[in-house]
Design a protein around this ligand. Structure first.
Ligand code: KIV
Ligand code: ZN
Length: 511
């Protein structure tokens, strides 16, 4: 059996199911290009039957990305499969990924189907998908809680019907590593012709075991791992791509597995997902967290200085964390900025570069050294944005130990200039209250966080907000050397996203 592990990235499908992490079409395409650069084998681009927006995004990604397989998800029925094929057929190497639940719990309470009916639906789905492509994946939803004999039976049937990949999800994140590993082993030993297909693992993180379970599955014969960047996904998320890949790479003495991933693209991919979705990476997150390579204890610092291997099992540069080799400032020209942007992996049009150069000059007037993180923040603000319905034009805030915090705000709303003023318990509250009254929104602020994107006294503040209105959730992000301005930008970005998601709702489909 080959030691090569196929990396199937589902950030754009399962990852996008994280509450508030919805992305628009341009953001999805941008991320797909980055995943191609990261060299994932398969990009699961979406669930075309879920909404028109999902269909369009999958179609666009299928047409543009040439160096990865593009998968589209479909329930085990004719309509979903036809729709998935319509969306994905333009890809260089398209895949249809069809699924049905197989555990008795799901059969009894959700599907209300017998085991025989489920096998029949699965076989028909695979046969239908095979009329379009040989690249068909079949998933057993809630697989880890499925009776092993029934699992072997349904897998035998779908392999006979032509599935090339069979996936065993731990949908509810219930499995224990040893147990899940043994489950995969039983499948490897109990299903006829299993050696002719790829066995895949797809683990959720409800008990914090998604990566451990994924590795246990691989150790016992699986050769595809379904993962997401930063581990984002439904509820507690999915197994994180960076953790699985770096565990395999770092512990080649444990088992000699290989992947196709360009690991130096891990950090840029993590940053991009965080910037696009507004989902902050916790500082102590393995591999990509801000503290992942920071040594605080004196004894550790001393050890690393003596020899890196004393306390470091990976180098920060392995995952693409660069020390800022070239720092820009207010005397840097357009060429230097362009070169830096290209070095960061972005390809911008001349028009985008012009806008960005203006923003860069403005920032350089306030901040002495412009680091890579600052440039990325400018790109996120200017280029990766949902088409803005609301724009911040002007903000003036009065606050202090004796003054009543007051904000005066000017915004552009649907092309019209509006001005307002208001109070609050603090300057940020005053700003948000004023903007809310001006645009007449009922959006509630349910989360607010502020951090510095680089070190130093003049670092830019990065504010993330989570807004909620009538069941819709949107995250917003804003950066500025002034944290009140950053907060206003984040709030307005959240309102823009909320308004986009309300106009382009994702129909909730029953799985
Ligand atoms: O978690 C799960 O079971 C899934 C399937 C649809 C593959 O995401
Ligand atoms: Zn899943």
């Amino acid at each position: 059996m080959s030691n090569h592990v196929i990396i199937f990235d589902t950030t754009l499908r399962d990852g996008e199911q994280s509450p508030g992490a919805s992305m628009n079409q341009a953001e999805k395409l941008r991320l797909a290009y980055q995943l191609e650069k990261l060299r994932v084998d398969v990009i699961e681009a979406g669930f075309p039957a879920a909404s028109k927006g999902d269909f369009e995004a999958v179609k666009l990604i299928a047409e543009k990305i040439r160096n990865c397989q593009i998968a589209a998800l479909a329930r085990a029925n004719k309509q979903d499969i036809d729709r998935a094929w319509e969306a994905v057929k333009g890809a260089a190497n398209p895949r249809i990924h069809t699924f049905i639940a197989t555990s008795d719990i799901h059969l009894k309470h959700k599907l209300k189907m017998t085991r025989e009916e489920v096998v029949q639906a699965a076989v028909e789905a695979v046969r239908r998908a095979r009329t379009y492509t040989e690249n068909v994946e079949f998933s057993t939803e809630d697989g880890s809680r499925t009776d092993i004999e029934f699992m072997c039976r349904i897998l035998e049937a779908v392999i006979k019907a032509g599935a090339a990949t069979v996936n065993i999800p731990d949908t509810v994140g219930y499995a224990m590593p040893q147990e899940y590993g043994m489950f995969i082993k039983s499948i490897m030993e109990g299903v006829p012709h299993i050696d002719k297909v790829i066995v895949s693992v797809h683990c959720h993180d409800d008990l914090g075991l998604a990566v451990a379970n994924t590795l246990a599955g691989i150790h016992n014969g699986a050769r595809q791992a379904e993962v997401t960047i930063n581990g984002i996904g439904e509820r507690a998320g999915n197994a994180s791509l960076e953790e699985v890949v770096m565990a395999l790479r770092t512990r080649q003495d444990w088992a000699d597995f290989t992947t196709r991933i360009d690991v130096e693209q891990i950090y840029p991919s993590s940053r991009l997902v965080s910037m696009i979705t507004g989902m902050v990476v916790q500082p102590n997150k393995a591999i990509v967290g801000a503290n992942a390579f920071a040594h605080e204890a004196g004894i550790h610092q001393d050890g690393v200085l003596k020899h890196q291997t004393t306390y470091e099992i990976m180098r920060p540069t392995d995952i693409g964390l660069k020390s800022n080799a070239m720092v820009l400032g207010k005397h840097s020209g357009r060429h230097a900025l362009k070169a830096r942007i290209e070095n960061l992996g972005y390809e911008l049009s001349e028009e985008q570069l012009n806008y960005l150069f203006t923003d860069f000059k403005e920032l350089a007037d306030k901040k002495k050294e412009i680091l890579d993180e600052d440039i990325e923040a400018l790109i996120a603000e200017r280029i990766l944005r949902i088409p803005d319905r609301y724009k911040l034009l002007y903000l003036n805030v009065i606050s202090g130990t004796v003054a009543v915090p007051t904000a005066t705000v000017q915004i552009e709303a649907d092309g019209q200039q509006l001005q307002g003023a208001g109070f609050g318990v603090g300057p940020i509250d005053a700003t948000f209250n004023t903007i809310k009254n001006m645009v007449g929104t009922r959006a509630e602020l349910v989360r607010f966080s502020v951090s510095a994107i680089t070190g130093g006294m003049d670092a830019q503040g990065e504010v993330m907000v989570r807004l909620q209105e009538n069941g819709f959730v949107a995250l917003g992000r804003g950066t500025d050397p002034d944290i009140i301005t950053a907060s206003a930008k984040a709030f307005i970005n959240g309102l823009n996203r909320l308004s986009y998601f309300k106009e382009n709702p994702v129909t909730t489909v029953e799985l």
